[in-house]
Design a protein around this ligand. Structure first.
Ligand code: ADP
Ligand code: UDP
Length: 235
């Protein structure tokens, strides 16, 4: 399979077409952004680390019967994926209060939730990804109601599987963002699952091991990403 032209460059990845019209290549960059692109920087080797972590997690989810876009990881920074028609909705799963939920409710970061929360955000950078609900998604035709039922069910199953996966590695999965898309009539999990889009706290110490270290200048960013890489990929 051959990498052809760049078809999209985002904040963290470049998407290339390939000689197979059903497949794309995601190229993972070291660029990091936060606060809707206002803070910009580089996390050395983030692309390499996030590609390995994501690939490992997609394979794990496939083993659990969850269909993802993952096909292969041919190089350090490249992932071959099934081409999706992305649903323009970011799906956030939460187990513990943090980030925008703490801000919005005034409830202290770290408060465990009685049950997981699913939130939806309209994937639109210029608008700053506003929060939406299923009525907006149906009314604007971003996804059909039966697709949303599938997305919610997949989101819950992914949350259960990943919470266990990280717990076994002494990491608390606080919250994370998912993207889904359509491929040959089926909803598949797309994009990436890495410390860029998850909140991961050390189970014992509560220390943050994710992009919050970059967002809030907590230091040791590369070290913590690499620690997650070791815990996730070297078992
Ligand atoms: P952003 O667009 O938010 O800056 P990235 O830099 O991560 O994000 O770019 C990756 C882009 O590729 C995202 O817009 C994502 O929705 C899209 N994408 C992820 N997986 C697939 C896929 N399998 N098929 C098509 N597009 C995808
Ligand atoms: N998230 C993400 N991309 C976004 C917004 C959020 O990956 O555009 C992730 C974020 O890393 C966290 C979770 O989704 O793990 C919930 O984020 P939150 O709503 O608290 O927003 P934040 O305060 O992080 O912007």
């Amino acid at each position: 399979m051959k990498r052809l032209e760049k078809i999209y460059e985002g904040k963290a990845k470049i998407i290339y077409s390939t000689d197979n019209p059903d497949l794309l290549i995601q190229y993972f960059k070291d660029d990091a952004t936060a606060f809707n692109g206002v803070k910009k920087g580089t996390i050395v080797d983030k692309g390499v680390v996030n590609n390995q972590i994501s690939s490992r997690i997609f394979k794990y989810l496939e083993e659990k019967g969850i269909s993802t876009h993952f096909v292969d990881q041919p190089t350090d920074r490249e992932m071959v994926v099934k081409k999706l028609e992305i649903v323009p909705v970011e799906v956030v799963m939460r187990n513990v209060v943090a980030g925008s939920l703490a801000k919005r409710t005034g409830i202290a970061e770290g408060t465990p939730l009685k049950q997981p929360i699913i939130e939806f955000y309209y994937k639109n950078d210029p608008l700053g990804d506003p929060m939406i609900n299923e009525y907006h998604i149906a009314a604007f035709g971003w996804a059909a109601p039966r697709e949303m039922e599938e997305i919610k069910s997949l989101g819950s199953r992914i949350n259960e599987a990943l919470s266990e996966f990280f717990r076994e590695r002494k990491i608390r999965l606080v919250d994370f963002k998912l993207e889904f898309g359509r491929h040959k009539g089926k909803i598949l999990l797309g994009d990436e699952i890495s410390p860029d889009g998850c909140r991961l706290w050390d189970w014992e110490t509560g220390e943050k091991m994710d992009k919050d270290r970059f967002r809030f200048d907590l230091g040791s960013v590369e070290e913590k990403y690499r620690q997650v890489y070791r815990l996730v990929c070297q078992d």
